[in-house]
Design a binder for this molecule. Structure first.
Ligand code: S3P
Length: 174
């Protein structure tokens, strides 16, 4: 097999990567790895603390280092990424090497509804989160698409429907 064949979930904050990852891990009987959680564990601090104390660039470097580490495991897992993981070209290449990349495409309105009041996303702590979400999504759209093997529009779909769509794609690929 050319690729490690991990199932990789990418997409904006609030697109459902973590919740879908959990359901998918039961459906496909695979372990779920959440890159943000692994980085927090390794660093012994939260993503907000990493951004505040070390800065975004240092965090992006941690993401790349973790993806490189995953390449050496070769296991069949599900990897839920941070919303900014596909921004670096190097990371997009690493994701492709790791396995099949599913992009969970979401509208700014859905993100806003899901994350209003959230305090754990440093990038959305602004006076006008809707404006920030729209700008970030627009600037990232092409990068998410470039990283993806398969695009799933998640607005208005149940978690179960999305999980089935991913599971069917993986089963057909075999
Ligand atoms: C980020 C998304 C977050 C986390 C960090 C930066 C981003 O992950 O990695 O706050 O740049 O979009 P989630 O997508 O899991 O919220």
């Amino acid at each position: 097999m050319k690729k490690a064949e991990q199932v990789i979930l990418i997409g904006f904050m609030g697109s459902g990567k973590s919740s879908i990852g959990i359901k998918l891990s039961y459906r496909l009987k695979r372990t779920l790895l959440d890159t943000d959680k692994q980085i927090e564990r390794k660093q012994g601090k939260s993503i907000s603390e990493i951004f505040a104390q070390d800065g975004e660039t240092a965090f992006r470097q941690m993401e790349t280092a973790y993806l490189q580490e995953l390449l050496s495991t070769g296991e069949q897992q599900i990897i839920s990424t941070g919303g900014g993981t596909p921004l670096r070209e190097e990371n997009r290449a690493l994701l492709k090497q790791l396995g099949v990349v599913f992009y969970l495409q979401v509208s700014p309105e859905t993100v806003y509804e899901r994350l209003k009041g959230d305090t754990t996303r440093p990038l959305l702590r602004t006076k006008n989160p809707m404006e920030r979400i729209t700008e970030l999504l627009e600037s990232r759209k092409a990068l998410y698409e470039a990283a993806a093997d398969y695009v799933i529009s998640v607005d208005g779909k149940s978690l179960e429907d999305i999980v089935e769509e991913i599971a069917n794609y993986m089963e057909e690929k075999r």
